[in-house]
Write a protein that binds this ligand. Structure first.
Ligand code: FAD
Ligand code: NAI
Length: 476
């Protein structure tokens, strides 16, 4: 007889492993099925985020930033370093060690929480009172049954037709995180989050980086003023060459380079040669091998599993979370949906507030935001007031030597309720948390203006931006 579970989770990315742990904490007999194998062919929990996404990319961003600091920033502190060099192999080994620590850590968390872990591809066999799921790992095939199923199968990189990733010349996120040498000329297709983060890593290490973006606007999801400042800094001091409004034509791989032909925003045809080309043009929901049709699971025309606001699919007791469903493709969105679904199964009232999900881009300066942008408020006809504070006026930012960027708060013109906070500047990724808490508690700009912020800290910029909403900044 097939093994019986209360909850079967398919996928052990941040959505799936969190859903499995929370389900087990709530007393359900839980199994988590995952098919990821790392470069050494070893099962590795944690999905895209831990293996080839959030964690390794941040490790490389840190290494490359340190390298740049030694060369560009240390001299003004009076620190002189001779013969500075970059050992890419050591940098990659450090990244891999961090990844292994975390992926192994999930196995330990599963043990601690009594989550059964099965390696292999999960696919639906049949529906009924219980769902029958096959788990296949090479020749080995097992079957289990579960009363509830949580699908957390994530996403895969979108490929550019004619320029599919080959791991050699043309790279997706997996290849971009594992380049064993610093390419002299690096091309990137797509000025989105991966393009900017990975472009930053390799530019800091010495590559000449050209980013080709199809849309005429740069970072259209961000607040326009922030995107404008980012474009100025990235193209200027940061030396990423970003071209928007381009149309990629033929891409041909040679033995030592890859030639890209594109039409620029003025309609001129351009031909460029790169040593490596990263293609980062978005990600697609992954339902490959799930055998959705066996149980009539509904998938929309873009490939996302259809769910309601509680992540319930069209099937009784089947839920889907994370990148494989609507909403931002972010690790923290996936994991919070995982918690909410486990609690829903347990009969609790739980939900994820999509209006307060923070976004972070880990460039230098970092970019982060939560809530509405100024252009959204204008389009929706919402009356608002804006307050702003530049980091150049922050004592802490000066001491850090990171003065580019600003903090901006948008609040309702009548109620003063905070509607959005946007940051470009040092540690924006950490600063945004205060704004998320404030918005979750329905805070007004005045609330933040009345809270004591330690001096000298970067968080004073939030305080000053809140004061700015009422035109009473003190330090600018
Ligand atoms: P995934 O992490 O994709 O996990 C899905 C898992 O399911 C995988 O292990 C997959 O092998 C497995 N699976 C799929 N189908 C089956 C099946 N049929 N049977 C068994 N197993 C299956 N987000 C952030 O919030 N912050 C960041 O800094 C960040 N950086 C990123 C950097 C890069 C380079 C990339 C590519 C992504 C980054 N993301 C970041 C996005 C983040 O990685 C995803 O949003 C997140 O991993 C989604 O989690 P998930 O659990 O939905 O899916
Ligand atoms: P993205 O959606 O952020 O950016 C893709 C970019 O490619 C867009 O600007 C798009 O207009 C452009 N594009 C699409 N087709 C194109 C074409 N044919 N030619 C040129 N440009 C084209 O996607 P990306 O960077 O691949 O990242 C995928 C997702 O992973 C992100 O949306 C995000 O959800 C997640 N992620 C999150 C990170 C974070 O939170 N810091 C870091 C990295 C990824």
């Amino acid at each position: 007889m097939a093994q019986q579970f209360d909850v079967a989770v398919i996928g052990a990315g941040p959505g799936g492993y969190t859903a499995a742990i929370r389900s087990a904490q709530l007393g359900f007999k839980t199994v988590c099925i995952d098919d990821w194998k790392n470069a050494k062919g070893k099962p590795s929990l944690g999905g895209t985020c831990l293996n080839v996404g959030c964690i390794p990319s941040k490790a490389l961003l840190e290494s490359s930033e340190n390298y740049e600091r030694v060369i560009d920033k240390f001299p003004e502190h009076g620190i002189r370093a001779k013969d500075v060099s970059m050992d890419v192999a050591t940098m990659l080994a450090r990244k891999d060690k961090i990844v292994d620590t975390f992926t192994d850590g999930i196995a330990l968390l599963f043990k601690k929480n009594k989550v059964a872990s099965m390696h292999g591809r999960g696919s639906f066999v049949s529906a009924g009172e219980h769902y029958r799921i096959q788990v296949q790992d090479g020749e080995r095939v097992d079957e289990i049954e579960a009363a509830h199923v949580i699908i957390a199968t994530g996403s895969v990189a979108r490929q550019l037709p004619g320029a599919e990733a080959d791991g050699e010349r043309i790279l997706d996120n997996v290849g971009a995180l594992a380049l064993s040498e610093i390419p002299k000329r690096l091309g990137v297709v797509g000025a989105g989050v991966i393009g900017l983060e990975m472009g930053s890593v390799w530019r800091r290490l010495g590559s000449e980086v050209t980013i080709l973006e199809a849309l005429p606007a740069f970072l259209p999801a961000a607040d326009e003023q922030i995107a404008k400042e980012a474009f100025r800094v990235f193209n200027g001091p940061l030396d990423l060459k970003i071209y928007t409004g381009v149309k990629i034509g033929e891409v041909s791989r040679g033995k030592k380079s890859v030639a890209v032909s594109y039409t620029d925003r003025d309609g001129n045809t351009r031909n460029v040669d790169f040593d490596k080309l990263i293609v980062a043009i978005g990600r697609m929901p992954n339902t490959t091998g799930l055998n959705a049709q066996a149980v009539g699971l509904r998938i929309d025309e873009r490939g996302f599993i259809e769910v309601d606001e509680h992540n319930h699919t069209n099937l009784p007791n089947v839920y889907a979370i994370g990148d494989v469903v609507r909403g931002p493709m972010l690790a923290h969105k996936s994991s919070e949906e995982g918690v909410a679904v486990a609690e829903t199964i347990a009969g609790e009232v739980s939900h994820v507030n999509m209006d307060t999900i923070p976004w972070v881009i880990y460039t230098s300066p970092e970019i982060a935001w939560v809530g509405k942008t100024e252009q959204q408020l204008k389009a929706e006809g919402i009356a608002y007031r804006a307050g702003q504070f530049p980091f150049i006026a922050s004592g802490r930012a000066r001491a850090l030597g990171e003065t580019a960027g600003f903090m901006k708060m948008l609040a309702h013109a009548e109620t003063d309720r905070i509607l959005g906070v946007h940051v470009i500047g040092p540690y924006a990724s950490e600063l945004i948390a205060e704004a998320v808490v404030a918005m979750e508690f329905g805070a007004s700009a005045e609330d933040i203006a009345r809270i004591v912020h330690a001096h000298p800290t970067l968080s004073e910029a939030m305080h000053e931006a809140a004061l700015g909403v009422h035109k009473r900044t003190l330090n600018i």
